[in-house]
Design a protein around this ligand. Sequence first.
Ligand code: NAD
Length: 297
Amino acid sequence: MTATRIDGKAFAARLRERVGEHALAFAEAAGRKPGLAVVLVGDDPASEVYVGSKGKATVAANMLSFKYRLPADASEEQLIKLVDDLNQDDRVDGILVQLPLPGHLDEQSIIAAISPDKDVDGFHVINAGRLSVGQSGFVPCTPLGCMMLLTDRLGDLSGLEAVVIGRSNIVGKPMAQLLLDANATVTVAHSRTKDLASVVKRADIVVAAVGRPQMITKDWLKDGATVIDVGINRLPPEPGKEKGKLVGDVAYDEASEVASAITPVPGGVGPMTIAVLLRNTAVAAYRNAGLKVPEGL
Ligand code: NAD
């Protein structure tokens, strides 16, 4: 068997297009465009790139992009004051504080300062709580993107065995919750799981969010499994090359011989994250304006 390649890049492009249309409709109804504010503290080059591409994608989806930058030695008070101002700013529907923050800033306190109604990353404890009791709030972008790919591919997930590898607050835990809500039977595996290979072997759905290059090999997978690879790992550079190749947590080529469908790295889950961020921002705009969130957004 050769697995179907789940094209997250194409799916994300369609989602961004749809979000852009909804953003235009919102602007007509509300008299303003949806707005996303991104806050960058310090000058980490990777964060800089992420913030730049989020800004471009926001504008391309017919929304306003606001960028705020604080120096690396900004105090917690300064950052919380900025977040507070953005909470009060009616042009801003979503607030994203780019992580990681410099070491002297407590990420949890900063996230707690964001209004849950503008927390389009879905990291606030209120939104984590809403997800866990089945109320609508904001769900972290990466797992929600994985869920969209899974339901697009498989339809109803009822009764399927799902194994999520990784238990982080931003990927593994919300992923498990979403799968549970979709009536899958869910196992969350992690660094202390015993005999991980045999746990993964029973899965109809495998979601790998570990951060270990090509850890999951073909012999771990059940025939016909659907595999979502969240991991982004850079291999050491080959001789003569400046940068190593990007790979996932799954050994893609060999896993494709066993799985029925699998996301590539890059081009799978990665592009979904930003598309879902835009989607969450459009949803926030409708909610914050007291308008009904359109079906299919
Ligand atoms: P994390 O480091 O917070 O969590 C990793 C998890 O993996 C932990 O829960 C840990 O228990 C588990 N783990 C570690 N070693 C293990 C092992 N040997 N066996 C089983 N489990 C093990 O990471 P994260 O933020 O959840 O991200 C995970 C991966 O996903 C990283 O590669 C990250 O770069 C990637 N990621 C990608 C996107 C995207 O947009 N595609 C978004 C977020 C994270």
